[in-house]
Design a protein around this ligand. Sequence first.
Ligand code: GLY
Length: 397
Amino acid sequence: MPPRPLLPLLVALAAALPVARAAEPPMADLIRDNFTYAGAQYSTMLTRLQGDPLLPRTAAAGKTVTVEPEDWTSGFFPGALWLIHEYTGEAKWKTAAEDYTGRLERIRHYTGNHDIGFMLGCSYGQGLRLTGRADYRAVLLDGAQALATRYRPEVGLIRSWDFGPWQYPVIIDNMMNLELLTWAAREGGDARLRAIAISHADQTLANHFRPDASCGHLVDYDPATGAVLKKQTWQGIADDSAWARGQAWAIYGYTVMYRETRQPDYLAHAQRIARFILDHPRLPADKIPYWDFDARDIPAAPRDTSAAALICSALIELSSFVEPAPAREYLAVAETQLRSLSSPAYRAPVGENGGFLLLHAVGQYPQGKEIDAPLAYGDYYFLEALQRYRAKLAAAK
Ligand code: GLY
């Protein structure tokens, strides 16, 4: 056999290696740069918001769109301000975080949807963690009781929405609200709240997922018997598709439920979801997913940086609970995601993007809303992922 030419062999070998990281900044520098950037960009956001009592959700045509405290996204901006305060230690971010957190006080008894866990957890929850304020703790305990009113023992799940054609709709996003209940059970001594969270996670595990560990968006239940009536999507491309943010809520939610309960089936499930995402043939090399893994027009389909930020944050936490080999893999993917999100391809120039950090997210594609737009929750989970990665670096020292 004639010898193979050396150059093509070397080229093939180079292509098989992970992206060379030697030329890239160390992660500690990348994290510092991102918080410096976030401070600059959110300073412009605070200027934009002057005189507006509401909370930023997205931007359209460069203009910031703000929402009432009852909107499911209301807690993310206050939460992001707390995370910037935590990193920088600067008092001005604490002042801003307290201001925007306090705007949500009126929803402490809100029972209009299942999202109170997001809304209060990211705002008051982060504030409590960083300040220990007793009044914040009281708001969170009230919020947990409000959330629990949406639970029916006959179904064993918390009802997500009150609108729409469904009888008892439960969406995968609802996994994100359970942490408020497990926390409140510990803090307030009401064991019923923990039982509700576990029942919800168990029923969701039983009914939302497919054999490949991907999940649909919505399951409708019979409110009298708990029987499954229908499985469909609301924000994905199809009932049987893998809507990217849905997969992100799922991996994040089961990782949290494992942290909160140490039940091995939650950990195993989070790892199965991780495999679905990380092995997916349509997950791009930069690890920023298309808005739906089954979007029709891949590779032209929009990406979703909010799903990427969520998956990234979840993978970093999940890496703490698994064997060294998967932990290394999860952290390597999270690093790629953080580097991608920090690049000009996904991070907005200061002063643009309605004051938000990340470009290119998708809110509700089928409804034609927030397509290729910034989203407050994308920013929040990006900052959370950076903080979590920073904690990993500190622990490794
Ligand atoms: N929780 C709604 C969404 O993910 O868009």
